[in-house]
Design a protein around this ligand. Structure first.
Ligand SMILES: *[C@@H]1O[C@H](CO)[C@@H](O)[C@H](O)[C@H]1NC(C)=O
Ligand SMILES: *[C@@H]1O[C@H](CO)[C@@H](O)[C@H](O)[C@H]1NC(C)=O
Ligand SMILES: *[C@@H]1O[C@H](CO)[C@@H](O)[C@H](O)[C@H]1NC(C)=O
Ligand SMILES: *[C@@H]1O[C@H](CO)[C@@H](O)[C@H](O)[C@H]1NC(C)=O
Ligand SMILES: *[C@@H]1O[C@H](CO)[C@@H](O)[C@H](O)[C@H]1NC(C)=O
Ligand SMILES: *[C@@H]1O[C@H](CO)[C@@H](O)[C@H](O)[C@H]1NC(C)=O
Ligand SMILES: *[C@@H]1O[C@H](CO)[C@@H](O)[C@H](O)[C@H]1NC(C)=O
Ligand SMILES: *[C@@H]1O[C@H](CO)[C@@H](O)[C@H](O)[C@H]1NC(C)=O
Ligand SMILES: *[C@@H]1O[C@H](CO)[C@@H](O)[C@H](O)[C@H]1NC(C)=O
Ligand SMILES: *[C@@H]1O[C@H](CO)[C@@H](O)[C@H](O)[C@H]1NC(C)=O
Ligand SMILES: *[C@@H]1O[C@H](CO)[C@@H](O)[C@H](O)[C@H]1NC(C)=O
Ligand SMILES: *[C@@H]1O[C@H](CO)[C@@H](O)[C@H](O)[C@H]1NC(C)=O
Length: 411
């Protein structure tokens, strides 16, 4: 870690405009001769620490000389570790499913005893911070590309700033794949360029399966509505950067979402508010007291996502989705898509909810949705067929035995 680097970066930050051209650092993780992670990137770490008289902020720059000792390759999880200076370490844990790989955990360790880097620090601790919401994901066998600068906060005082990023994990060859998953910030930059090219626009990064949120509504000191679900919004809106309508799919991030609402005898509501992306969802559940069935009767959404020309809002008050019986919970592990209006649909994943008659802060017995039952049907059919086969063999055997015995008797 050179002081000069730190100084230049700090100067850049102060002047709010930086003319220093940086070149990306290349990091590679190998197992034998096989490369599993390759990353070309610029990483700066902005760190505010305590000094006697207040606080000081420095910007560390990941140097070329960073060591990748401690990195590891795996089938579903791989780790890139970059150590530099006096005990400073950035580590990136990648995980994968069949379709996507993503950054599961981004962590930074820095050593406040390093007086050259952290002059006048009152602490001599080694600080470790991490986040699991870096928002970095890409299709398998593609290179994640994000040339734009992106800031990932680890806490109020520390953030990681990436730029000029091209990286791939779970690689199948030694070189970065030419197929790229382009981050949304780059897409707006790219499309601002002259559009009259015949090449296809970069394909957007699919958001993957949303995390499952645990949302509740309380009435006084009693929980009266329970919902466990992963939510994905699919909105068609007018794009600021492209001046045309685009369809964007985004996951609701449970960690940034708060829930509230109200419970009544025949109407309950659940209101979800996501901070950073400014997404609001309002669910209204109605209980038909004749049939003793509840259902999602209305859903409204409002969103102001970064590329939206204006705030998107939509509502449909004549829905009959998510039907369940009073006193039970409704469960659907399979993905379900709910069309709300032509420009907005909601995808749900691993859902269980109960909008009425919650007792003791837990779900009542679950009623499974049709999709789940159909998924269950296949093993049942196979099982039944096998049982049938066993029965036929058994009958054939018994008949055979009876005949043989009959044969003996006639002798
Ligand atoms: C790696 O490659 C070198 C030369 O290309 C070869 O000699 C060596 O055996 C290889 N090692 C492994 C573990 O495949
Ligand atoms: C800095 O000092 C303040 C007040 O003395 C304290 O609350 C805070 O936790 C300290 N920050 C760090 C990073 O140690
Ligand atoms: C705190 O800062 C002020 C002005 O920056 C300085 O005059 C003072 O001596 C400092 N105090 C300590 C204890 O460092
Ligand atoms: C932290 O820095 C100090 C002083 O530079 C050094 O002696 C110590 O070994 C470092 N700690 C780690 C964990 O590297
Ligand atoms: C994140 O990575 C850091 C460093 O590798 C590790 O100490 C920490 O336990 C990891 N956290 C999770 C949740 O995996
Ligand atoms: C990625 O590439 C490898 C080797 O070419 C192939 O075996 C694998 O199926 C590919 N995975 C996906 C998700 O395309
Ligand atoms: C909840 O509120 C009721 C009435 O206000 C009270 O009797 C009960 O003890 C409270 N329960 C808990 C767990 O605080
Ligand atoms: C989003 O909605 C569009 C238009 O209704 C549809 O074509 C697309 O398949 C949907 N995508 C997802 C992931 O639901
Ligand atoms: C956006 O497109 C409309 C027609 O599609 C055009 O009239 C308008 O001038 C465009 N606005 C910008 C800022 O390019
Ligand atoms: C949410 O964030 C907290 C810490 O901020 C973390 O412990 C937890 O694992 C996160 N949960 C999910 C589902 O990401
Ligand atoms: C309850 O369901 C019945 C049968 O579907 C229907 O006729 C009736 O109008 C419903 N009641 C309300 C209040 O929606
Ligand atoms: C509301 O949802 C219903 C049922 O899915 C649908 O028939 C109706 O067209 C929707 N209303 C609007 C305004 O899109």
């Amino acid at each position: 870690m050179s002081i000069r680097h730190t100084f230049t970066a700090a100067l850049c930050l102060t002047l709010m405009g930086c003319l220093v051209v940086t070149h990306a650092v290349t990091l590679e993780v190998k197992e034998g001769n096989f490369t599993c992670i390759k990353a070309q990137l610029d990483a700066n770490f902005s760190i505010t620490y305590n000094i006697t008289n207040g606080t000081n902020t420095v910007v560390l720059v990941l140097p070329d000389s960073a060591s990748t000792n401690g990195s590891a390759c795996g089938n579903v999880s791989s780790r890139l570790v970059a150590s530099f200076g006096d005990g400073h370490v950035m580590s990136i844990v990648f995980s994968s499913d069949q379709r996507l790989y993503r950054v599961e955990n981004l962590s930074l360790q820095y050593n406040l005893s390093d007086r050259n880097t952290f002059p006048q620090s009152t602490s001599t601790n080694v600080v470790s911070l991490e986040t699991n919401s870096s928002g970095i994901s890409a299709r398998m066998n593609s290179t994640y590309r994000c040339l734009s600068s992106s800031t990932i906060r680890l806490n109020a005082a520390v953030s990681v700033i990436f730029s000029n990023v091209r990286m791939e994990a779970f690689m199948s060859g030694g070189n970065l794949s030419t197929d790229e998953s382009v981050c949304s910030a780059d897409q707006t930059v790219t499309t601002a360029a002259p559009p009259k090219t015949t090449t296809a626009p970069p394909s957007p990064v699919p958001p993957g399966i949303p995390e499952r949120g645990n949302y509740t509504v309380t009435n006084g000191n009693k929980t009266c509505l329970l919902a466990l679900m992963g939510l994905q919004l699919n909105i068609t809106y007018l794009s600021k950067s492209q001046n045309k309508t685009v369809t964007e799919v985004r996951n609701l991030q449970p960690n940034k979402t708060s829930s509230s609402g109200s419970c009544g005898v025949t109407v309950s509501t659940l209101k979800l508010t996501e901070d950073l992306q400014m997404t609001n969802l309002n669910f209204t559940f109605t209980l038909n007291s004749t049939t003793q069935k509840f259902y999602l009767s209305a859903l409204s959404v409002s969103a102001s996502w970064p590329d939206m020309k204006e705030t998107f809002s939509a509502v449909n008050t004549s829905l009959e989705y998510l039907q369940g019986s009073a006193g039970r919970s409704y469960m659907c592990s399979s993905e379900q898509t709910f069309a709300v209006v032509p420009t907005f649909s909601l995808n749900t994943f691993r859902l269980q909810l109960q909008p009425f008659n919650v007792t003791g802060n837990q779900f009542a017995a679950a009623e499974e949705c049709r999709l789940d039952q159909e998924n269950m049907l296949i093993p049942i059919i196979v099982g039944a067929a096998l049982a049938g086969l066993v029965l036929i063999v058994l009958i054939a055997y018994l008949i055979g035995r009876k005949r043989t015995r009959a044969g003996y008797q006639t002798i």
